[in-house]
Design a binder for this molecule. Structure first.
Ligand SMILES: Cc1cc2nc3c(=O)[nH]c(=O)nc-3n(C[C@H](O)[C@H](O)[C@H](O)COP(=O)(O)O)c2cc1C
Length: 357
């Protein structure tokens, strides 16, 4: 039996295989509300056989959206809008997860096909921009300057993640992933390149990881003990003087001690100077180091497209899950195809069985 198609137990949640549909912003929400597009997109990934289907970066407060068209979970009506989507994913035998996010100083930007780049001008309309926030007031080159978050506002931010986690539960999600990667707010606090704070949330690695640790601990306490909590991290900034894999091994150990069940290992996003050695599986060695040195389960992601490659990553113990993004956009039924190629027996949705290999 292929390792890729062995189930994985995370707390009381059982994934039918090791394929995770990686979170992918669809820039198709209206005022935070997921649309029929999201049902078709996420439902299609569940139908296609993924074990875990992670809904896109979903903002815990409106100003935490990457673009005005991102999804949200900042009020109860949003939880109601997500509920049928989570239910459909579950009905297809996949586990529905949602990534909780705050885009920090990279919020309020144009969606990719808007025909413009950079920050969206401020306004009151559903597609208008807003004042961003970050650990410092310098922000990301080419984007509007953020407002540095004062220390006294940070507990409110932690509370927003907790409230969103409660709504994710009400909506029927079984897994939460905290987004602490790609140059967004929690990563902006973690990286020495974007955090020049002088309070307890800056300085050394412990200080810079304090906000992430507080969010992880508070969400863990509010999220049922039988359900898994994941964190996506940028394991390296790929910039001299930035966050390194040695740092993130340490942070992953702290997260493990706080009850985080799996670290989803991505990289980059904090600096325009990053030098990323892009190649198939280029982030797998980072997942492998974190898994072995921090003693926590990992997901590997990034240019993994071939079933045999995904199988090898799990078989050799580099990661417990393989997360796929772009390949699932062109081939949402990749897991069914991979099972065929790897000789694994998997259940097909009965409606599709006449198309089975
Ligand atoms: C359209 C698109 C949207 C994405 N949105 C998110 C997101 O919401 N959250 C996140 O952590 N990563 C996001 N990513 C990154 C992917 O999850 C993934 O880490 C990355 O694309 C590398 O994997 P791949 O080579 O399989 O595409 C996005 C990627 C794409 C292509």
């Amino acid at each position: 039996m292929a390792h890729l198609f062995e189930p994985l137990e995370l707390r009381d949640v059982r994934l039918r295989n090791r394929v995770m549909a990686s979170p992918m912003c669809q820039y198709s929400a209206i005022a935070g509300v997921p649309q029929p597009w999201h049902l078709v997109h996420l439902g299609g990934l569940a139908r296609g056989g993924a074990g875990l289907v992670m809904a896109e970066a979903t903002a815990v407060v409106p100003e935490g959206r990457i673009s005005p068209r991102d999804t949200g979970l900042w009020d109860d009506a949003l939880a109601e809008a997500w509920a049928p989507i989570a239910a459909f994913v579950r009905a297809q035998g996949a586990v529905p997860g949602i990534q909780l996010a705050h885009a920090g100083d990279k919020a309020s930007t144009w969606w990719p096909w808007a025909g413009q780049r950079g920050s969206v001008p401020h306004g009151e309309g559903a597609d208008d921009g807003w004042q961003t926030v970050g650990p410092s007031d310098t922000g990301y080159p080419g984007l509007a300057a953020p407002r540095a978050l004062p220390t006294e506002e940070l507990p409110g931010l932690v509370a927003a993640f907790v409230a969103a986690a409660r709504r994710a539960l009400a909506a029927g999600f079984e897994v939460i992933e905290l987004h602490a990667a790609h140059g967004y707010l929690l990563h902006e606090f973690l990286s020495p390149l974007s955090n020049d704070r002088t309070d307890g949330y800056g300085g050394d690695l412990l200080g810079r990881s304090r906000l992430l640790q507080e969010v992880a601990a508070a969400v863990r306490a509010a999220w049922p003990a039988e359900r898994p909590l994941l964190v996506r991290i940028s394991a390296t900034d790929w910039v001299e003087g930035g966050l390194t894999i040695d740092d993130t091994v340490v942070v992953a150990g702290w997260l493990r001690d706080l009850g985080v069940d799996l670290v989803d290992v991505s990289s980059a996003g904090i600096s325009a100077d990053q030098q990323i050695p892009v190649a198939p599986g280029y982030q797998v060695p980072l997942a492998r180091r974190i898994r072995h040195e921090a003693g926590v389960r990992t997901a590997a992601v990034g240019l993994i497209t071939e079933p045999a490659h995904a199988e090898a990553i799990v078989a050799e113990g580099s990661a417990d899950l393989v997360a796929l993004a772009r390949v699932l956009l062109r081939d949402p039924q990749w897991p069914l195809r991979a099972a065929h190629e790897l000789g694994a027996e998997v259940d097909w949705p009965p409606q599709l069985r006449r198309g089975r290999w």
